[in-house]
Design a protein around this ligand. Structure first.
Ligand SMILES: Cc1cn([C@H]2C[C@H](O)[C@@H](COP(=O)(O)OP(=O)(O)O[C@H]3O[C@@H](C)C(=O)[C@@H](O)[C@H]3O)O2)c(=O)[nH]c1=O
Length: 184
């Protein structure tokens, strides 16, 4: 296995640490391997890759799709983000709970977020680029957003004291968990 796996506070959210081969030229690592990932229960039918770039202080989230729900395999290839998943599965013992982890170009970690979770991140570095694979297609009609600072969830975003995160107009209109559509 080219990855070390650890679980997070939410057992279905997996943190993957790739094996990095460093030499005088630089480094090499596998970033995705269908057979190994299938053994971990991570689907091998990713159909879309996405990349976004964000300035420091930008917060994207907390997003999910109710139509064409997506599992996401997330990594940061430039800079550093704080990546968050929230359990939206009503039948789950961890419904409404969140986990967060720093992903960076330096630590090369990946976070696996299955269907049933909302996802978002906060940009810690001056600039960050995030690359993620998705297990279903983008469907704007099915897009939903949970409010980033819903007190019922209580995500502890690493926003510096005295600052506020910058959100898209769409994300400012996210719904509190109590009003959001959730998964069974
Ligand atoms: C997500 C997405 C957006 N778009 C377009 C729509 C819009 O004009 C522009 C920017 O879209 P958004 O503002 O929704 O981008 P963004 O806020 O970066 O949305 C993403 O946030 C992270 C946290 C996720 O988990 C993703 O699944 C996705 O929801 O890109 C696509 O064409 N395909 C896509 O898959």
């Amino acid at each position: 296995m080219a990855f070390e796996i650890s679980s997070t506070q939410l057992s279905d959210i997996l943190l993957l640490e790739p094996r990095v081969f460093a030499d005088e030229r630089g480094f090499f690592m596998e970033t995705y391997q269908s057979r190994d990932f299938a053994r971990l229960g991570i689907p091998d039918n990713f159909v879309q890759d996405n990349q976004s770039g964000s300035r420091r202080g930008i917060l994207r989230g907390l997003h999910y799709q109710i139509l064409n729900p997506q599992g996401k395999l997330v990594r940061c290839i430039v800079g550093e983000i704080f990546d968050v998943a929230v359990d939206l599965r009503r039948s789950s013992p961890t419904f409404g709970r969140w986990t967060g982890t720093y992903l960076s170009a330096e630590n090369k970690r990946q976070l696996w977020i299955p269907i049933g979770f909302a996802h978002g991140f906060f940009t810690v570095s001056e600039w960050a680029e995030v690359l993620y694979k998705a297990s279903d297609y983008y469907n704007p009609k099915g897009e939903r957003c949970v409010l980033w600072n819903d007190p019922q969830i209580g995500v502890q975003w690493p926003v510096p004291a005295g600052e506020s995160p910058l959100l898209s107009p769409k994300d400012q209109l996210g719904l509190p968990l109590a009003q959001a559509e959730t998964f069974d």
